[in-house]
Ligand binder design. Sequence first.
Ligand SMILES: Cc1cc2nc3c(=O)[nH]c(=O)nc-3n(C[C@H](O)[C@H](O)[C@H](O)COP(=O)(O)OP(=O)(O)OC[C@H]3O[C@@H](n4cnc5c(N)ncnc54)[C@H](O)[C@@H]3O)c2cc1C
Length: 462
Amino acid sequence: MTQYDYDLFVIGAGSGGVRAARMAKRHGAGKVAVAEEYRVGGTCVIRGCVPKKLLVYASEFSKQFKLAESYGWDVGESTFSWEKLIEAKDAEIDRLSGIYWRNLSNSGVEIVEDRAVLDDAHTIRLVNSGKTVTADKILIAVGGAPFVPDIEGAELGITSNEAFHLETLPEHVVIAGGGYIACEFAQIFQGMGSKVCQVYRGDTVLRGFDDDIRSQVHSELVRSGVRVITHTVFEKIEDLGGGKKRVHLKNGNHVDADMVMYAIGRKPYVDGLGLENAGVELTENGAIKVDPYSKTTAENIYAVGDVTDRVNLTPVAIREGAAFAATVFGGKPSAYDHSDIASAVFTQPPVGSVGLSEADARKEFKNIDIYKTSFRPMKLSLTNIESRMMMKLVVDGDTQRVLGVHIVGPDAPEMIQLAGIAVKAGLTKDQYDAACAVHPTSAEELVTMNEKWTPPELKAAE
Ligand SMILES: Cc1cc2nc3c(=O)[nH]c(=O)nc-3n(C[C@H](O)[C@H](O)[C@H](O)COP(=O)(O)OP(=O)(O)OC[C@H]3O[C@@H](n4cnc5c(N)ncnc54)[C@H](O)[C@@H]3O)c2cc1C
């Protein structure tokens, strides 16, 4: 039998890779290593979910101070230091990366600080050290990378990777994109005091979410002061000198800024990985092709997380990594079920969403019942802030099963985790209604909506 240096070699110490390596050891794998070219923890910990949420917290204070005044507080004059925030954020990210590092090594996983590429299906080349090692099984968990548009002056813009390390808070920001990262950063910078313009090629942000979420978030962006320009994209970026840039738009207009950011999507990070040397094929979209058990087209090579472009979220990468380890080292073939994954968008107010949107449900089911409500959250009742909360249940009219829950408003991400259990469990509207409300909360609306909503065009026909 061939002897390999490792039983498992993982490329990428992010959400999926770290979980897979640790679980493989727990299932009894022999020698396991994980290579990381940047920092242990991956996108989520180093330059994604975690630092982003810290910036969201920081940016929310400007609104909280205003709110406090309506409740009798005199908060005085407030100032904000970007430098202090970034220093504190960096210290926290160092701490978390250290925990990930220790968890790996305490599990008996060897950490290789290097870029790893494939020379063949069992041989990994470590680019900086020049060494090659062999492995029986290989797991590719290299994640994704932000898209940068192919336009004149593209090098004058940054992506979310750099946004976490700006030396100063930019005064004027232009962000390209209408996805969740674009919307979150628009309100992060806006909340901290920058003037923000968001440029989006569609008509309403957050494509892929339920239409009521999209229109609500879009209007909240505008209400909060973000200038949203739709139906156009960047044409080129011009350097005006002194740190100023001019973004020329395809619609003939231009916007000036100190910082230009692209948040127009992410792509699987496969460039130069040597996949062709190992017989690992890609999908049409450039993601690694995998079967339900995360096996690639090479017999001994698996892939999990964003590089497979299934559902690009941290908890999904983690579950796929665990399922891989159970399948290959635990003797228990496990295919992660990607249905009904709850997710959040940390806009202000934030979003929580799980299951089918109304539009998708109408395509799949004959009879759909919609329950929805929109109201002013109680916390705003003493203020003149007009922001509203939206809640919606998408229900199969024949079986009464709740197919989707969609929320925009304070604490929506916390609520949707629990609603996600109910949707995944396939509970019916009657079972929601049987739960007693918790009063006074916003979440109580989820168990008290009892009037079906009729689309205006049907109402007119009634
Ligand atoms: C700004 C931003 C905000 C986000 N917010 C959220 C959120 O709120 N909630 C959520 O669930 N998800 C969020 N995500 C998505 C989430 O970060 C990813 O889905 C998740 O990190 C994917 O995990 P992964 O294991 O596939 O890859 P990653 O976590 O990206 O890890 C891949 C690792 O591989 C390393 N690597 C790459 N190539 C090589 C190589 N050849 N050799 C060695 N190492 C290599 C990389 O340096 C990286 O550390 C966000 C992403 C971004 C960018």
